[in-house]
Structure formats: structure tokens, C-alpha cells
Design a protein around this ligand. Structure first.
Ligand code: CO8
Length: 253
């Protein structure tokens, strides 16, 4: 009983933190200005009991293109100054965990069994490399987010190629993270994707989002999916995000 109460309290504590007044805490790896009011819940806060796995770090399934691009951006997250001093660079790697909010919409708590099993689906495949392998980097000066994405064999749609819904998932993940940084808690209101060329399974892709404008509660973002060398455009997207209060999700309104 005490244990389950503890879990509920932890849940409320998280939500309290999410819905509290600005300024939002910056809870990513560095103290720079990335706004992460939603991120601790979306990306999953470390539990008190075990060190969570950061899924944005390389694993053995990553191919050479994935590693090359990872190193390219990661090397710009921290730059060495004259005299060996290290400073934050233009890019920030966004850590990524597999837990999500513990609550369902409709104002009803999920059953304890479902709560304990709930996971962010892009980060929940035990067969490493089989589905979504990706890492996100954010550049606050340029207002750009870049994901490097390796599409695993279980994402098949048309024979040998990636399912359109899986591509949409990755786009929504990138533009969603971007909008969240810009504006705090948001949901996708509109995602308009043009599919230009099929994506072969196993490909490494670059997904790049750019902020167009923020207008009141609305955030407009564009996004392109290209081949890893940038020579092929696979999709282009416009997206609209709308800011929400966290109670919007709890009440299912
Ligand atoms: C790390 C992992 C990150 C993953 C991130 C993934 C993000 C997601 O996928 S979220 C899940 C998918 N999205 C959803 O479930 C959202 C469901 N929809 C909703 O909750 C609501 O319809 C919501 C919040 C979008 C809009 O609610 P609504 O009550 O219409 O908001 P409202 O305040 O009236 O509208 C705000 C503005 O947005 C505009 N707007 C709302 N929806 C749309 C739309 N679909 N198209 C164009 N404009 C829209 C309104 O016209 C209004 O404009 P203005 O301020 O100029 O009058």
C-alpha cells in the first residue's frame, strides 16, 4: 500500500512540476537555454532506483553512416578552447528514455498494470536495431533540430521499404521535441507530409526541422527527411503544434 501510494505521489510530483508556473526548469544535460518543461515526463525522468538507459547513445546496431553523423553533431556539442578548457558548442544532444506520463486521458488513471508497462513506443523494442534507432540534436541559435535515424527491418511497409506511418512517427517525434523546446507542453494539431521518395529499410536518414514562427499558442515548424548525404529528399512536412496545459491530457478534453 505504502509503495503504491509512493508511486502515485511520484506521479503527482512530476505533474506538479510540469504544470507549475514559469520559468520552466532546464533539465537536460547542460544548463543552456533549451526549454524542457514537458521533456522530463515525455522523455522519462530517471527513476530513483536504477540508472535509466539513454537511448540516444550509440549501440552495436548503429551502422557506419549513423556513427559518422552522430560523431559529426556530437563533436559540436562541446568544443575545446585554447588551453584545453571545454565550452558548450552550438548543438546539444537530447537524451532520450523510454518512459512516458503514467496517466491516461479521460481523467481516469491507467490500471497499475498498464502504468507499469507503459513505454514510449519508439523506444520500446528489445531487438536492438529492429525498429527506430535515432538521436536528436538541437541548435538553439539556428532554431533547428536534427535527428539521425536508422530505419530497422521491422518498420517495413511496401516491400523492402519503410512504412509511411513509421516515417510520420519519426517526423512527429522530431518536430514534437522541437515545438516542446520552443513552447513547453504542446500537442500536434496538424502534420502535413509529402512523401517524395520511398525509403529503403536499413537506411540512415537525416530529419531536420526548422522553426517558422510562434504565434500565441501556435508553433509552426517545417521538416525534411533526406538521405544521410543530403542528396535525396524523401519527405517534406509542415506541422502545427498547439500549447496545452497539462490538465488537457489528464481531463482528455
Ligand atoms: C519525444 C516524443 C515526442 C512526441 C511528440 C508527439 C506529439 C504528439 O503526437 S501529440 C498526440 C497527437 N495530437 C493530439 O492528440 C492532439 C489532439 N487535439 C487536441 O488536443 C486539440 O484539438 C488541440 C489542442 C490541438 C486544439 O484544441 P483547440 O481547443 O482547438 O485549441 P484552441 O485553443 O481553440 O486553438 C488554438 C489555435 O490553434 C488552431 N488550431 C487548432 N487545431 C488546428 C488544426 N488542426 N489546424 C489548424 N489550426 C488549428 C485554432 O484555430 C486556434 O487558432 P487561433 O488562436 O488563431 O484562433
Amino acid at each position: 500500500m505504502a509503495r503504491s501510494l509512493g508511486r502515485v505521489c511520484l506521479g503527482f510530483h512530476r505533474l506538479g512540476a510540469l504544470s507549475s508556473a514559469p520559468p520552466p526548469p532546464s533539465l537536460l544535460t547542460s544548463s543552456r537555454s533549451v526549454r524542457t518543461i514537458f521533456a522530463p515526463a515525455i522523455l522519462g525522468l530517471p527513476s530513483f532506483f536504477s540508472k535509466p538507459r539513454d537511448f540516444s547513445l550509440p549501440n552495436s546496431s548503429w551502422g557506419s553512416e549513423m556513427m559518422r553523423l552522430y560523431k559529426h553533431y556530437n563533436s559540436q556539442c562541446e568544443v575545446e578552447m585554447e588551453g584545453g578548457e571545454k565550452q558548450e558548442g552550438p548543438w546539444q544532444r537530447l537524451p532520450s528514455y523510454n518512459r512516458f506520463l503514467k496517466y491516461a486521458t479521460g481523467g481516469v488513471y491507467l490500471s497499475k498494470i498498464i502504468q507499469s508497462k507503459a513505454r514510449l513506443f519508439t523506444r520500446n523494442n528489445r531487438d536492438t536495431g529492429a525498429t527506430f534507432e535515432y538521436v536528436l540534436f538541437f541548435n538553439s541559435e539556428e532554431q533547428k533540430c536534427v535527428a539521425i535515424f536508422q530505419a530497422g527491418h521491422l518498420l517495413e511497409g511496401p516491400p523492402g521499404h519503410v512504412h509511411g506511418g513509421a516515417i510520420a512517427t519519426m517526423i512527429d517525434t522530431v518536430v514534437g521535441a522541437h515545438a516542446n523546446i520552443v513552447s513547453g507542453p504542446v500537442v500536434t494539431a496538424n502534420l502535413n507530409i509529402n512523401y517524395r521518395r520511398p525509403i529503403p529499410l536499413g537506411s540512415t536518414l537525416v530529419i531536420e526541422s526548422s522553426l517558422i514562427k510562434k504565434e500565441g499558442k501556435k508553433v509552426f515548424i517545417t521538416c525534411k527527411v533526406t538521405s544521410s548525404d543530403g542528396s535525396k529528399l524523401h519527405t517534406d512536412t509542415t506541422a502545427l503544434f498547439v500549447s496545452i496545459n497539462i490538465s488537457h491530457l489528464l481531463l482528455g478534453s
